[in-house]
Design a protein around this ligand. Structure first.
Ligand SMILES: Cc1cc2nc3c(=O)[nH]c(=O)nc-3n(C[C@H](O)[C@H](O)[C@H](O)COP(=O)(O)OP(=O)(O)OC[C@H]3O[C@@H](n4cnc5c(N)ncnc54)[C@H](O)[C@@H]3O)c2cc1C
Length: 486
């Protein structure tokens, strides 16, 4: 091993890098199964992070499974019993299809939400350490066998372990050090994100998660905890200046272009600055290798436009814990379980991935979509089906099943004033559907390509010999996905 300033060494059954949604869910599950789990996070906790935070019923169901829902609800966010979507002159109100008996959404700021998750992990028995940044992975042959981290005092510690979980977000250090940072499938977003909080003094009902489309703009208003409204706008991506002034200008301009959103915020008072996330891309990364796995954004990310990330980070964090819990002493069985877990996430997420990428195109509503809104505004069952896509109780394919797709196409031709535009859109839908199907049946079929940095599983050195045989990660790929967050 090269000379290093390592001043402490220990071991654990599992080391989890990142203590928020994915990390906490994995930690809770493995600690409850009786394993010695150490969770390391570079941040001071509790703290905010760059993320809005709408939780559909499926996200709340995941919190419930972790035993965290009651504490999250106690943070005081109003139950959102209705979804509202408006565009092209049509307004659609719907209730939520229930998931595990939960038929409402919730919007809880991340400081409180993540704090509940961390406390749940600690109560389950996990050793959660904040202000600890993981800088290297340790390897035994080509098997990941530990981490090296630096704490807030500058102490450098190595932990040897049978499983390293990279729950460290989009710019994942673990993905980079494992050679998996480059996604094997990625789709750039056509939209930027700007959001801020507003104190809601209007007295208007606070029971609806609302989204408006106007031209190519998209804006939302979600009542959240502490009497606030979270309002996110997603205009088409813009080039040019970045920074706080540009974010403020683009946020304000986008709201002005969405009159119904401006009307909802009229009389509310802005709290704090505008936050921006630009240069986003949705992706799948290779998410497992010998001794390592990437739940949450570290392995898979979808544009925020469909608000799926927290639910998926919780769900696949929990499922990773369940998959690994019985195999931590058997490397081959563990790696098989990890691969099956990764495949399951790809299979379960690919349809919503395609659907999200459609909504992230950053364009005005097309004729087929307008026709969908027109029909759903008068058809509660169709409205609930569309809402069910966001709650993951319905698949996007149900909306575009052949019969309904034909109805939408004929309706678009009949009702849209610009027939050539409707025809172009129908042709484009066929092309997009075909392309997505091909992608699903090739790239996203559930068997991600083997990355050269993580070849076939290799049996690890026995624990007693591990310290002598560990090597520090050569950091094969320092590249991170393009993103420009402020
Ligand atoms: C603008 C925006 C809006 C969004 N809105 C929504 C929404 O409304 N609803 C929704 O469901 N999802 C939303 N998402 C997605 C959601 O934020 C993510 O999917 C979710 O946070 C993923 O959780 P995670 O645990 O994987 O990662 P994160 O929440 O990113 O947590 C990663 C943790 O890892 C730690 N870490 C990183 N590197 C290291 C290291 N080297 N050592 C130690 N610790 C490290 C970080 O400090 C951090 O605490 C949004 C995302 C964005 C960008």
């Amino acid at each position: 091993m090269p000379d290093s300033p390592v001043t402490a060494a220990e071991s654990a059954d599992v080391v989890i890098v990142g203590a928020r949604c994915a990390g906490a869910a994995t930690a809770v599950t493995l600690a409850r199964a009786g394993h010695h789990v150490i969770v390391l996070d570079a941040a001071t906790l509790p703290s905010d992070t760059l993320s809005t935070h709408l939780l559909w019923p499926a996200g709340l169901a995941e919190l419930h499974r972790l035993g965290a829902r009651t504490a999250v609800e106690a943070l005081g966010a109003p139950r959102l019993s209705h979804a509202y979507a408006a565009g092209a002159g049509y307004g659609i109100t719907s209730t939520f299809p229930a998931v595990d008996g939960i038929d409402y959404a919730l919007c809880v700021r991340r400081t409180g939400l993540d704090d509940v998750l961390v406390r749940t992990a600690i109560t389950a028995g996990a050793d959660v350490r904040q202000r600890c940044r993981v800088t290297d992975l340790l390897w035994s042959g080509n098997r990941c066998a530990g981490v090296r981290y630096t704490d807030s005092t500058g102490t450098v510690t190595e932990i040897s372990t049978g499983l390293v979980v990279g729950a460290d977000g989009r710019h994942s250090t673990v993905a980079t050090l494992a050679g998996a940072a480059q996604p094997y499938h990625t789709v750039p977003s056509g939209r930027d994100c700007y959001y801020a909080y507003w104190r809601d003094t209007t007295g208007l009902p606070r029971d609806t998660a609302a989204q408006w489309r106007a031209g190519a703009d998209l804006g939302t208003a979600f009542p959240c905890d502490d009497g606030l409204i979270l309002s996110l706008v997603q205009p088409p991506t813009a080039s040019g200046r970045t920074g706080p002034t540009a974010a403020e200008r683009r946020y304000t301009a986008a709201i002005a272009r969405i009159p119904e959103l401006a009307a909802r915020l009229d009389g509310c008072h802005r709290i704090g600055r505008v936050r921006a996330a630009t240069g986003l891309a949705s992706y799948f990364r290779r998410s497992t290798g010998p001794g390592w796995a990437l739940p949450g954004d570290a392995g898979h990310f979808k544009d925020p436009v469909t608000a799926q990330g927290i639910r998926d980070a919780l769900r696949y964090g929990r499922l990773l814990g369940e998959a690994a819990a019985d195999h931590l002493t058997d490397a081959d069985a563990l790696d098989r379980a990890l691969r099956a877990w990764e495949r399951r996430r790809v299979v379960e997420c690919r349809a919503i991935f395609h659907w999200t990428n459609r909504l992230a195109r950053g364009e005005a509503m097309r004729p087929m979509e307008i026709e969908l809104y027109r029909r759903a505004a008068a058809d509660p069952a169709l409205a609930q089906l569309a809402t069910g896509i966001f709650t993951r109780t319905n698949a996007p394919g149900e909306l575009y099943a052949p019969r309904r797709a034909a109805q939408l196409a004929f309706g678009a031709l009949r009702h849209h004033p610009d027939t050539p535009a409707a025809l172009r859109d129908i042709a484009s839908e066929i092309r997009t559907g075909t392309r997505d199907a091909i992608t699903t049946h090739t790239v996203l079929r559930g068997a991600p390509p083997t990355h050269p940095a993580a070849p076939a599983p290799d049996r690890p050195a026995p624990r007693s010999e591990l310290r002598a045989t560990l090597t520090v990660s050569p950091n094969p790929d320092r590249r991170a996905p393009a993103a420009d967050d402020r």
